[in-house]
Design a binder for this molecule. Structure first.
Ligand code: ADP
Length: 494
């Protein structure tokens, strides 16, 4: 496959972005389609199907009226009922006997009624033909008690519905004729069409306005977040992602804001690292250089002075190498490639080593480092790494202890663990700074240069104890000193 160059890739990404639909247009298209569907349904049902719908309604009404009549034909109030039916449903109702003698006639159709015209003008010929048809059909099958006929009236553009049924009553056979007219509904459909045009225009306008409103409301929070995210991408970590009006977008905004806080922390740490490390590298280098020059130019011949100057050079080189080792150590620890070498050893053995190492401080510098021991236990851990933890904590205690120069290292035995506490009588750590001291490169601004430190010690402690899965922490009160503690797994005693 051909490898595309970066410019092509960027162009392609840009093209893809341009091709993607925006929320706005997506909502627009959906809403317009929705509106068009509603309009289409309205037109189809109100305009296209109305004729068929109307005539089937009329036919239905005719059958229902016929049903009522057949059930009540022997009722003493039948005449009143027939009249009611005729008026309510705009019908012409005729009842005759077998010979065509009209027993009842109620016509609400006016002079258009075929039945009435037939009775008056043709001596009931049409009724007779209907009656004969019905009789024939009944003869064929006695189940057929009625017939329905339709007639398209070309002159009036109307549809006539005729219905005849034969009923057996107490006073002999009766033929009930029903007639309904399905009026020409062209004028009605014209009105509906007119209304539909208005409805369509209003619906389109309303949907246009609603879409505009909704799409703006939906896209605004996302646009806002995008604006902030752009600033964020350009390195502005101060602009907060504000909470937005929708839960989903709100969650996104919260997540991004957390990311912003984290990234800004990392960025601050990196900045601090560069300034710390460069400061810490430059100062000893400057000192080394100037003392080396002094040895070259001034004190070379004076063994006492030379000794003194060379000691400074050696001390500063130690400081440099400690800094570089710490940096290497932390990067190794964080790379995750480090393996623990777990061994078992008696704790008191290690304590003795520590005591010997710090004895010189007690003797020469007036420190008061005390050890409070419990019964000996067998530790199970990476011995040299736990040394690092211990020395880092004790060194910090030495660096940050108060005038009393008093430091206590305490062993407290617990089930399955031994707890080691390093307590000093220093200035302590402010409550708000406690969560940060285990962070990489964190150094209190009060930490002075003469207190050897890189801001890496406690983060090395944290990494090592995390690797071991040993608990650790700090208790500190400003003005009273601090107690750093951690626990080491021990081999259970039989
Ligand atoms: P540093 O090299 O600066 O000592 P650490 O990671 O060991 O770096 O410690 C981080 C910060 O925690 C120190 O700069 C200091 O402000 C604070 N700190 C550590 N130990 C103590 C202590 N025993 N008493 C007071 N502050 C401490």
């Amino acid at each position: 496959m051909r490898n595309r160059n970066p410019v092509e890739k960027i162009k392609e990404r840009h093209d893809k972005k341009a091709a993607a639909t925006t929320i706005r247009s997506y909502i627009w298209i959906s809403f317009i389609i929705f509106t068009l569907i509603i309009l289409a349904l309205l037109w189809v049902f109100q305009y296209v199907f109305i004729k068929g719908y109307y005539s089937s309604m009329k036919a239905q009404m005719l059958y229902e009226a016929a049903d009522v009549i057949s059930k009540n034909i022997d009722s003493p109030h039948i005449e009143g009922d027939l009249r009611d039916l005729a008026f309510k449903n705009s019908l012409c109702i005729v009842v005759t006997d077998r010979n065509g003698r009209v027993i009842f006639l109620e016509n609400t159709l006016g002079s258009y009624s075929f039945y009435e015209l037939d009775i008056k003008g043709q001596d009931g010929q049409f009724l007779k033909s209907l009656r004969d048809d019905l009789d024939n059909r009944i003869e064929e099958n006695p189940e057929n008690g009625s017939i329905t006929k339709k007639y398209e009236n070309e002159d009036f553009k109307s549809l006539e519905l005729f219905y005849v049924e034969k009923l057996e009553t107490q006073s002999g056979d009766r033929y009930v004729y029903l007639e309904a007219t399905v009026d020409p509904i062209d004028s009605t459909t014209a009105i509906i069409k007119n209304q539909l045009v208005y409805i369509s225009i209003i619906l389109l306008e309303v949907s246009f306005i609603i879409t505009l409103f909704i799409s703006q409301r939906l896209s605004r929070p996302i646009v806002n977040i995008t604006k902030t995210a752009k600033k964020f991408a350009e390195g502005d970590y101060k602009t907060e992602f504000k909470s937005q009006s929708y839960q989903e977008v709100n969650e996104l905004s919260e997540v991004l804001d957390n990311a912003r806080v984290e990234v800004s922390k990392v960025s601050n740490l990196r900045r601090d690292l560069i300034s710390n490390v460069s400061h810490d590298l430059r100062t000893p280098l400057t000192i080394i250089k100037s003392y080396a020059e002094m040895v070259r130019d001034l004190s070379g011949d004076n063994p006492e002075k030379r000794q003194e100057h060379l000691k400074v050079i050696i001390d500063e080189s130690d400081r440099l190498s400690a800094l570089v080792s710490s940096l290497l150590e932390i990067s190794k620890l964080e790379s995750g490639n480090m393996e623990l070498e777990i061994t078992e050893f008696p704790l008191h053995e290690k304590m003795t080593e520590v005591k010997q190492r710090y004895e010189i401080l007690n003797l020469r510098e007036g420190y008061n480092i005390t050890f409070v021991e419990d019964t000996d236990v067998i530790c199970r851990c990476d011995s040299s790494k736990i040394d690092q933890v211990l020395y880092n904590l004790i060194n910090n205690a030495v660096n940050y202890c108060g005038e009393g120069k008093s430091i206590t290292i305490r062993q407290i035995n617990k089930p399955n663990f031994v707890r080691i506490q390093v307590t000093d009588d220093g200035a302590g750590i402010a409550r708000e700074k406690l969560p940060m001291i285990f962070d990489r490169y964190y150094r209190d601004e009060r930490s002075q240069r003469d207190k050897i430190g890189t801001g890496l010690g406690l983060s090395i402690v944290k990494e090592i104890l995390k690797m071991h899965k040993f608990p650790f922490g700090v208790i500190s009160e400003e003005g009273k000193g601090s107690t750093f503690w951690f626990e080491i797994a021990v081999v259970p005693q039989e």
